[in-house]
Design a protein. Structure first.
Length: 348
């Protein structure tokens, strides 16, 4: 009898030990996701769907700018979360910041966590070499999206980006085509040092430096923020400075600028006192063009996830990439020619 009781007790102890191991393994997935954005890690930790050629889940760390920064960024973040999901074979962790040092700290944490891929939209173009070298040494592949950086191309696998210089040049060429006798521009800049700011600022500054009738009467950063843009324009109005162009480097800042114009009863849009220009092609912004309240909007394509996913699949299959840099196809819209179909097709 004692022997039977002892045998039963031994079976129970062994069963408990096995159950405890199972809890420990399951908990490690949750712990790994605990420092990440709540939108994805829980789902990713529960999936064993095939994500690579070996059938293993692909672990990615995604570093992006604040999704509340603008309508563009919100659409960009949503696109990434939908693609890099557990259902698609990914274990995705997200980190957000508008500051390079905070993004770099997140990148180092992801590398230490052993992510397979680091996806990066850098807040600033400079200062990434050491972090990318750390990733390379750890066997973490880096893919840039949305924004370029000033780093040796050997430190990353691919760059899926907008041509910010072209965006700025297309906008400035359009403005030059308006044939104004004098261009007195309020230039509202995005976050300084970002690829978007550099590209959109560079073309305008070059034109103003080259042409005697182009004057930048005010140039400040509003850091993509509508309220700050409104304050900048209001200060110019209060100072009595003459202007006839608002060149805002995103739609939200253009919206803030227009709020200041409206408060001062200054007309804007097609055939009015002030030309209004924005970037990103939010649907509500394109509707302002359609109503001819704004004049121009430059497209910046936020939907990069399918391109990134394609690159990862090729790398997982051992293929050699034929293109290091993939440029998104983009255009500019004129209020005089935009259609409802354009709004429906390109509005984000």
């Amino acid at each position: 009898m004692k022997k039977k009781l002892l045998a039963v007790l031994m079976v129970m102890v062994m069963a408990f030990a096995l159950t405890a191991c199972g809890d420990k393994d399951g908990g490690s997935s949750t712990d790994a996701g605990s420092s990440t954005d709540a939108g994805s890690s829980a789902d990713a930790g529960s999936s064993a769907d095939a994500g690579s050629s070996s059938g293993a889940t692909i672990k990615v760390g995604i570093i992006n700018n604040d999704p509340n920064e603008s309508g563009y960024r919100t659409a960009n973040d949503k696109d990434l979360k939908e693609k890099f999901s557990a259902a698609n074979g990914y274990d995705a962790q997200f980190a957000y910041s508008l500051k390079n040092d905070e993004q770099q700290a997140s990148a180092k944490k992801f590398i230490e966590d052993g992510v397979d891929y680091l996806l990066l939209s850098a807040a600033d173009t400079a200062g990434w070499d050491s972090v990318l070298k750390q990733a390379q040494d750890a066997g973490t592949k880096v893919i840039l999206f949305d924004r370029t950086i000033d780093a040796d191309p050997s430190l990353y696998e691919a760059s899926i980006v907008s041509d910010m210089d072209k965006e700025g040049q297309t906008a400035v060429d359009w403005l030059a085509g308006q044939g104004l006798d004098e261009y007195n521009v309020i230039h509202i800049q995005g976050v300084m040092g970002s690829a978007a700011q550099k590209g959109r600022s560079g073309a305008l500054q070059s034109k103003a430096d080259a042409e005697g009738n182009w004057n930048i009467v005010e140039q400040q950063t509003a850091e993509w923020n509508a309220e700050k843009a409104q304050q900048i324009v209001q200060s110019v109005i209060d100072a009595g400075t003459k202007f006839n162009v608002i060149y805002a480097e995103n739609d939200d800042m253009a919206k803030g600028a227009v709020a200041a114009l409206d408060a001062a009863n200054i007309s804007h849009g097609v055939g009015k006192d002030v030309i209004v220009m924005g970037f990103d092609c939010n649907k509500w912004a394109l509707e302002e063009l359609l109503a001819q309240n704004w004049n121009y909007d430059g497209q910046c394509n936020p939907f990069q996830s399918s391109y990134i996913d394609d690159v990862i699949k090729k790398l997982e299959a051992g293929e050699t990439l034929t293109e290091k840099t993939i440029i998104m196809d983009e255009k500019g819209f004129d209020a005089s020619t935009i259609t409802q179909d354009d709004v429906d097709t390109y509005g984000i």
